[in-house]
Design a protein around this ligand. Sequence first.
Ligand SMILES: Nc1ncnc2c1ncn2[C@@H]1O[C@H](COP(=O)(O)OP(=O)(O)OP(=O)(O)O)[C@@H](O)[C@H]1O
Ligand SMILES: [Mg+2]
Length: 376
Amino acid sequence: MSSTAVSLLILTKTFGNLHQAVKSLNLDIKPGRLVSLLGESGCGKTTTLRMIAGLVRPNSGSILFDGVDITDTPTEKRPVGMVFQKSLLFPHMSIAENVGFGLKMQKVAQTEIDEKVEKMLGLVQLEGYGARRVGQLSGGQEQRVSLARALIVEPDVLLLDEPLSALDANLRVQMRDLIRSIQQQIGVTTVFVTHDQAEAVEISDRIALLVDGRIEQYATPEEFYTAPESVKVARFFGTSNLLEGHADRGTFTCAFGSFPINSGLTSGDGILALRQEEISVFEGKAQGPGDVTVVVEQIQYLGTKTRIWVKPSIADRRELVQLDASPSFRPQAGDTITVRFNPLRIHILPTESIVETADSGEETEGSISTDKEKSR
Ligand SMILES: Nc1ncnc2c1ncn2[C@@H]1O[C@H](COP(=O)(O)OP(=O)(O)OP(=O)(O)O)[C@@H](O)[C@H]1O
Ligand SMILES: [Mg+2]
């Protein structure tokens, strides 16, 4: 299989006259990479994937494979393979016939089809299943057959639309690992749609986080944790601590004190986005640049950890941050303790990004308030 670069250029899709499902979307996928389209239900993931497949026609914009514009190429002429959420296997055919279907359409000789089907079934770890009927397979096996059927025609681009969402948790993990290993083995450029953040992080080279038809951030999984570009992204990836403050010449000052900025905005009003795992209880007196003396506001025992909310020791400051400590650490409300804000993770977001943040409306303590998106 050849490795193909995929580019989406200002791709837009409006359903009817009104609903803009995908809005001027730009995306560049390098050959052989696995990129996830991640986002909440209705954000435009499937529509984007179906435009790449040629199943949905964009209103404007273009789709390029290796620099060649295929926007007007009919779906059957596009070198793509697709796997859907529900396996769409032909019930009246055997597994082998299902897997070989694409080759049969291409009028490939039966002996060659048989050979390739065997190889494909081996690849998805279903050797010897060829003679079975579709009804005799588990959900996970059905999805592996769907994958084999998509791959047998040697597509340049593999498109997977939530192929694991119907499977239970353990099977999802196994299947995710299998998909990743096959993808790396054959090097096919892959677009993987999911709304599961953990799944995207574990399987992808890069993730495009879609919010309301637009790409909010396109980055490596790690960058979504260490360098989110907006409050929306930080929240989607579970950052619980967002502190308003001011950046000046590389130092950020907020209710908890001043911290040397590690990444992001370096001057002007900003928001410190600090994940709870980047704050730890520090035994002893504050001494380093990230050490802060705080007062315990509330604790919650969670079995494997103690969740603690703390506020600044300065009178009148009500801001809270949340952190997790060892389950044996059980301070009392009102205790003064020292915590360490990981000095390597002082990442500052621009303030304007809070304006149009859509959130679930559950205001977690220690977070800042945001305007809720009106359309929700
Ligand atoms: N054929 C259609 N006609 C009208 N509206 C559509 C059509 N297909 C999708 N939409 C709308 O476009 C928006 C994006 O839909 P899409 O299926 O791309 O979302 P998604 O991100 O895949 O969501 P999910 O995670 O639920 O599958 C939604 O608001 C949806 O209702
Ligand atoms: Mg979808």
